[in-house]
Design a protein around this ligand. Structure first.
Ligand code: NDP
Length: 447
């Protein structure tokens, strides 16, 4: 008999916490998972999943327009935000049910309460009940950062954006990263007047420069207004919306301000430091490769560790934790060559080194590009051009990076990322016969 109430107590039922709980329970561990909001976490409840559904919904604006060039007699259409919002939320409810069921089927106990750490092996629930566990796993994720200036509380974040009562006619989006560019595309397609405000003139830092330049150019053409090097001075409430004051610019009256200025690890008030768990300057739990914190019995996975803020990475960390601690299959996560995508309009995706990184690291590099108009866009009379870029080691020919923007870029890149991860050369791509006609065939025809 264990001296503890549970073998594992997980705090947070998001992507990392759910995977760790389910797999640990399947290995025979007695597992409880505490969740203060809804099972599924950011990705399922107010992140990747509802966002992607909005992206699909938004893209109909272009498809309906283009359909006429393909012979369809499309009558005048209008968009109903409430219908899409409620259908998306219905799907979120469905997934919330599936995640709950998955945990229960695996034998994990779900406790819908906030939990705080009160000892190396002790957790206290909001109800006041104290439980003990051999291991505690912190998987509490992160929350949106809102800059501090007068009236910043009048804005919303990605937590609220899915629930808006009505579609904003005018929206200011703060930030130039993933969330800002994805929602700029979504609202622009729905017909809102979108202004993206960023503190620098660099959007999507970390992506290859040619690809993000192409997104900027296409976004401008689609009518998104960009304000660079702009600081928020204040936001004032109006009877009808808000007035936004930016440095060096005329005030702007809009319906909604959305902050998409990064995410902060959820460690506040969790009791971690009091029991000896060290946090970094951003408040993230410091962990080693084995996900262990500075307290032997306390581990952390996912966004709360601020390593790579991506769902599939959190899932891998949760899996590695469970395999190592309860499955007798110790392993660590390989963080190299993680593919990622921005679901902008059009989407972009990348894996491996950017051209800049490769030049700094390898010195000798060869870059191949294809700058083309997808045939569907040609017939539709849409002037938007796709850009694919392959970065190769100049000596060995190994493909060290692949970056693209264009229709279905994330779908294409996920498959091609296998080749990059496997260390294949440009020659291996060249030897593969093209699948014609497709956009992906550009990858094997690069000159
Ligand atoms: P990002 O880190 O992508 O972008 C944050 C943006 O806000 C940057 O432009 C940054 O500027 C700016 N910024 C940061 N702090 C401030 C500040 N104090 N004042 C003004 N501007 C500021 O964060 P997001 O919020 O868009 O998304 C959070 C994370 O969630 C992403 O990093 C990503 O890991 C994940 N995510 C992934 C998605 C996907 O996989 N498709 C989709 C959505 C989110 P600067 O560049 O100057 O630092």
């Amino acid at each position: 008999m264990s001296d503890y109430d549970y073998d594992l107590f997980v705090i947070g039922a998001g992507s990392g916490g759910v995977r760790a709980s389910r797999v640990s329970a399947a290995y025979g561990a007695k597992v409880a998972v505490a969740e203060e909001y809804r099972v599924g976490g950011t990705c399922v409840i107010r992140g990747c999943v509802p966002k992607k559904l909005l992206v699909y919904g938004a893209h109909f604006a272009e498809d309906l327009k283009d359909a006429r060039r393909f012979g369809w007699n499309v009558p005048d259409c209008s968009f109903d935000w409430a219908v899409l919002r409620d259908n998306v939320m219905g799907d979120v409810d469905r997934l919330n049910g599936l995640y709950t069921q998955g945990l229960e089927n695996a034998g994990a106990e779900i406790i819908l309460e906030r939990a705080t750490v009160t000892g190396p092996h002790e957790v206290t629930l909001a109800s006041g009940r104290t439980v003990t566990a051999k291991y505690i796993l912190v998987a509490t994720g992160a929350h949106p950062h809102v800059p501090d200036f007068p009236g910043s509380d009048l804005g919303i974040t990605s937590n609220e954006v899915f629930h808006l009562d009505k579609l904003p006619k005018r929206i200011v989006i703060a930030g130039g990263g993933y969330i800002a560019n994805e929602f700029a595309g979504i609202f622009n397609e729905f017909g809102s007047r979108v202004t993206l405000v960023n503190r620098s003139d660099v959007i999507l830092r970390g992506y290859d420069q040619s690809i993000r330049d192409r997104l900027l150019q296409i976004s401008l053409t689609k009518g998104i207004d960009f304000r660079f090097h702009a600081e928020f001075e204040k936001i004032e409430k109006l009877d009808d919306g808000v007035r936004v004051h930016l440095s060096g610019q005329d005030p702007m009256d809009v319906d909604v301000v959305l902050f998409a200025t990064g995410r902060v690890p959820n460690t506040m008030g969790l009791g971690l430091e009091a029991v000896g768990v060290e946090l970094d300057a951003q408040g993230a739990v410091k962990v080693g490769d084995d996900n262990r914190s500075t307290v032997d019995s306390i581990y952390a996975v996912g966004d709360v560790t601020n390593r790579v803020q991506l769902t599939p990475v959190a899932i891998r960390e949760g899996q590695a934790f469970a395999d190592t601690i309860f499955g007798d299959k110790p392993h660590t996560v390989d963080y190299s060559c993680i593919p990622s995508a921005v679901f902008s309009h059009p989407p972009m995706a990348g894996v491996g080194m950017t051209e800049g990184e490769a030049r700094n690291k390898l010195g000798s590099v060869k870059v191949y590009t294809s700058d083309f108009r997808a045939m569907k866009n040609v017939l539709a009379g849409r002037h938007e051009r796709a850009l694919y870029k392959m970065i190769c080691d100049g000596i060995t020919g190994r493909v060290v990076g692949l970056h693209m923007i264009g229709p279905d870029a994330p779908e294409i890149l996920q498959a091609a990322a296998v080749a990059v991860k496997a260390g294949l050369t440009k020659d291996a791509f060249d030897q593969t016969v093209a699948l014609h006609p497709s956009m992906a065939e550009e990858l094997v025809l690069l000159k």
